[in-house]
Write a protein that binds this ligand. Structure first.
Ligand code: GDD
Ligand code: MN
Length: 369
């Protein structure tokens, strides 16, 4: 029998916590291979949350209560994870809200995905069979949908549909490995940071549909403004794609700057100047991408790997030059010479960027499992 600890953070959830606990233990009857524990992490609730849980512990020996200061959702979860691992050493850890938005009846579906080989199961509101409450205000719907879209594009992971979901099952080894990273995120952004880190560590991620229900008691603690800001900042500073675009822009400046200098002041003929400026930009792009954009999968630290990587990088970059030249010529033939710069930008945005991002990920900095 395997142990799973369901970590439930609470702040003033006296209206629902008892029902939730009873429902979860009820679900355990359907999952005989699993020993479910509940770890409530309460941050100094002003209502009767702690009292209710303390009383229920007498009846349920697998119910545990951790008391913390109010320092945000992320902090509460980290505390819950750490204590669960120390005290229970579970195989699996769940994240779950206390306000009955997350239906305990879905627990067996999560366990099923884990049994089939997943390391990290997301309860998704946005895949077939899942849903968000119909009566959610338009601003909350937009926030959730647009937020997920930005994160999806930023991390170039179109198959993950619900990045911010707070209903998840994660194998303990990932929780342990991720702790030093996610410790830095105390608010709701912690959810995004955790999933991003798991993906970078090659966790097998799966999704199971959930029907997110609106809370009937108490109030949401999510601060939209703060969460939007922190999430955008996280995506911007941690997305390989964003960094890759920045590196590309730096490369452009280097190429252009050196070319300008060599032709204007060093009086080099243009083909020589071009050769030097382009190759310098290619080298700087390779280094910046290797040690920054794709740092989590950088090439092995030895001369041979660097030379091999740099050679492949040059091949992909040559492809870039050909695509740009041919692309601009085709557009010129089709639509005339007037909009030359627009053609160049269009070719870069719609062909060169996707093309090189694809090859960088699949050939030069591919995942080693
Ligand atoms: N211990 C503790 N400390 N618990 C907290 C804190 C805190 O500072 N802040 C929130 N919680 C608890 C709540 O009591 C609840 O059980 C759970 O965390 C989720 O908080 P809600 O306030 O109900 O969040 P929500 O419904 O607006 O947000 C949901 O959607 C988000 C976006 O998809 C949650 O599922 C989030 O996890 C999710 O990121
Ligand atoms: Mn809620």
């Amino acid at each position: 029998m395997k142990k799973a600890a369901i970590v439930v953070p609470t702040y003033n959830e006296a209206g629902t916590i008892e029902t939730l606990i009873i429902d979860i233990f009820e679900q355990n009857k359907k999952t005989p291979n699993w020993e479910l524990h509940i770890v409530v992490v309460d941050s100094d609730s002003e209502d009767k949350t702690q009292e209710i849980v303390t009383n229920l512990i007498k009846k349920y020996p697998r119910l545990h209560l951790i008391k913390t200061k109010k320092e945000g959702l992320g902090k509460a979860y980290i505390e819950g994870f750490t204590v669960s691992i120390e005290k229970l050493n579970p195989y699996l850890i769940f994240e779950m809200d206390a306000d009955l938005s997350h239906d305990p009846a879905s627990i067996p579906n999560f366990l099923h995905k884990i049994e089939k080989g997943a390391d990290f199961v997301i309860g998704s509101r946005y895949i077939k069979g899942g849903s968000i409450p119909e009566n959610w205000g338009i601003h909350r719907k937009i926030l959730s949908v647009v937020g997920n879209l930005i994160i999806k594009v930023g991390f170039m992971k179109p198959r993950i549909t619900d990045w911010t979901s707070g209903y998840r099952a994660i194998k303990s080894w990932i929780v342990k490995e991720a702790s030093p990273h996610i410790k830095n995120y105390s608010g709701y952004v912690f959810q995004v940071a955790f999933l991003d880190y798991a993906l970078k560590k090659h966790a097998i991620v799966a999704e199971t549909p959930i029907n997110f229900k609106d809370r009937n008691y108490g109030v949401s603690k999510l601060n939209s403004f703060q969460t939007i800001f922190q999430t955008l900042l996280y995506v911007f500073t941690n997305s390989s794609f964003v960094k890759f675009v920045i590196v590309g822009a730096i490369g452009f400046v280097i190429d252009f700057g050196i070319f300008y200098f060599l032709t204007k002041f060093a009086h080099l003929v243009s083909w020589k100047a071009n050769l030097i400026s382009t190759e310098t930009a290619v080298l700087s792009n390779f280094m910046l991408n290797n040690f920054w954009s794709f740092a989590h999968k950088k090439v092995d630290h030895n001369k041979k790997s660097y030379i091999k990587g740099f050679f492949k990088f040059n091949l992909v970059s040559s492809g870039n030059i050909i695509i740009q030249t041919v692309g601009v010529e085709i557009l010129k033939a089709l639509f005339g010479i007037k909009l030359l710069y627009i053609y160049k930008v269009a070719v870069i945005v719609f062909i060169v960027i996707p093309y090189s991002y694809f090859f960088y990920n699949k050939v030069i900095w591919k995942h080693k499992r």
